[in-house]
Design a protein around this ligand. Structure first.
Ligand code: GLN
Length: 487
């Protein structure tokens, strides 16, 4: 096999070849490390690459396989967004305040990957504490979109999405609080799935907004999303918000048959500001699913307009509480000063970037006496209405389709000085986090500049299988993967 063939392998293809004795994990891991060396100077997807540890894990995986062990992730190189704690490997959350922090334990999802024999190849760049939509808010550097190095990869899991798109890993984990897996997946032309709140453990995920955060997967195709979700999902004594509902064998249950599946197209997404090529690509995809036998109708989610304001009250409120722990005493970076108070102020003043400070101030304000009822409590009531909209829609349809993002990838620097424009980039993904339901983005074409477009498939709580089925049927019939970024 050529180097190009190696790095393009999906999880399931690599697994099949390793099982057949055609390739080894050591060969695959070397090919991926070579690819990182060749492309990451330009793409800058990784904050940390761990070649020695990865090669050790690859050798161990080959031995486990030789001893008769099987497993979908055995020997497969996976990248992790740098908001997931990794024992012995620096974990920064894209922030200066965690510079030098080396976690003493693995996040549950990381532990599960390791137990399954995955090879951890490195930690990917992220907007600071996952706050952002372009990965430009990283305190270290901006990641670039492999399809056009002058553009953003989306965010906040932009490093993971760019690494998958650049074939600089086989698959990656990210986190999604308001769109941070689905939006960069759309902008980088890969598959990104955000599970239902409570499907995957958050233990060891550095918290942004705890009632919205969920670990998600970024993969080269829908089958891989099913495989990787199956590997990380399920109950965890360390996270009481995870249900003990059994985890289906998502990959084994995949079927390309969508006959009779009821698809709702989200009416509210087709508004001003939606790039015409995105709109056209989404309608084409909907029509094609109709041709494959799905029943298509429009659905309305009347409170959609309020998702963005509600999110930007609730998420910063939770963030302001979560980020209080970074005081220079326990983790990472510390600035010395004459007094304890001075040390706190200087550490936080210098350790946090502008967007994180903006969120802490917004959140502190909306939680303070006199404003709590008007802002925070009101936003929680709106959240309930948004959830009720979805509950009503899912009485009528099995999945809801729409664009993942209003536009394709925008230029580096284009929105960085205009927070509202940046926030609008997640306008179609925020409401699923508020409702606690699941969704994924699957590639559905390109705009005239050759930039990828994402189709969002939303399912009800614990309806991952349905969303995967519709995306899989679409992908089997209309595979966009022949087109690759030219790196
Ligand atoms: N872009 C949104 C924000 O900045 C959501 C980010 C995320 O999902 N982590 O808050």
């Amino acid at each position: 096999m050529s180097a190009t063939e190696f790095i393009r392998l999906t999880i399931h293809e690599a697994g099949r070849r390793m099982a057949a004795g055609q390739i080894t994990s050591v060969e695959l891991t070397e090919a991926v490390l070579d690819r990182i060396a060749a492309t990451d100077g330009a793409v800058k997807a990784y904050l940390t690459v761990t070649p020695e540890q990865a090669m050790g894990q690859a050798r161990a995986a080959d031995e486990r396989r030789a001893a008769g062990e099987r497993g979908s992730l055995l020997g497969v190189p996976i990248a992790l967004k740098d908001v997931l704690c990794t024992e012995g490997i620096p974990t920064t959350a894209g922030s200066r305040i965690l510079e030098g922090f080396v976690p003493p334990y693995d996040a549950t999802v990381v532990r599960r990957l390791k137990e399954g024999g995955a090879v951890i190849i490195g930690k990917t760049n992220t907007d600071e504490f996952a706050m952002g939509s372009s990965t430009e808010n990283s305190a270290y550097f901006a990641t670039r979109n492999p399809w056009d190095l002058g553009r953003v990869p989306g965010g906040s899991s932009g490093g993971s999405a760019a690494a998958v798109a650049a074939d600089a890993c086989v698959a990656a984990l990210g986190s999604d609080t308001g769109g941070s897996v689905r939006q960069p997946a759309a902008l980088c032309g890969v598959v990104g799935l955000k599970p239902t709140y409570g499907r995957v453990s958050r233990y060891g995920l550095i918290a942004f907004a705890s009632s919205l955060d969920q670990v998600g997967v970024l993969t080269k195709d829908v089958t891989d999303a099913a495989v990787l979700l199956g590997a990380i999902a399920g109950s965890d004594p360390c996270d009481g918000t995870v249900t003990d509902l059994p985890v289906p064998d998502y990959a084994a249950l995949l079927t390309a048959d969508v006959k009779g599946v009821r698809i709702g197209v989200m009416q509210e997404a087709f508004v001003e500001g939606l790039q015409p090529e995105v709109e056209a690509a989404v309608w084409t995809a909907v029509d094609r699913l109709g041709e494959l036998g799905a029943q298509v109708r429009e659905v309305s989610l009347p409170h959609s307009d309020y998702a963005l304001p509600a999110f930007y009250l609730i998420a910063p409120a939770e963030a302001s509480a979560n980020l209080a722990r970074y005081d220079g005493v326990r983790y990472g970076h510390r600035e010395e000063a004459d007094s304890l108070d001075g040390m706190y102020k200087r550490t936080r003043g210098r350790g946090f970037g502008a967007e994180v400070k903006r969120r802490i101030m917004l959140g502190t304000h909306s939680l303070s006496a006199g404003y709590y009822d008007a802002y925070y409590l009101k936003a929680q009531k709106v959240r309930t209405l948004i959830k009720a909209d979805f509950d009503a829609a899912f009485e009528e349809v099995d999945v809801i389709l729409g664009p993942t993002t209003p536009t394709t990838a925008f230029g580096i620097g284009e929105k960085i000085d205009d927070p509202l424009q940046m926030y609008l980039s997640d306008v179609f993904t925020l409401s699923m986090n508020l409702a606690g339901i699941c969704g994924l983005s699957v590639p559905c074409g390109f705009d005239q500049q050759g930039l990828p477009i994402g189709l969002q498939v939303t399912g009800p709580a614990f309806g991952e299988q349905r969303a995967l089925r519709v995306a899989y049927a679409y992908e089997q019939a209309y595979d966009w993967r022949a087109r690759r970024p030219d790196l």
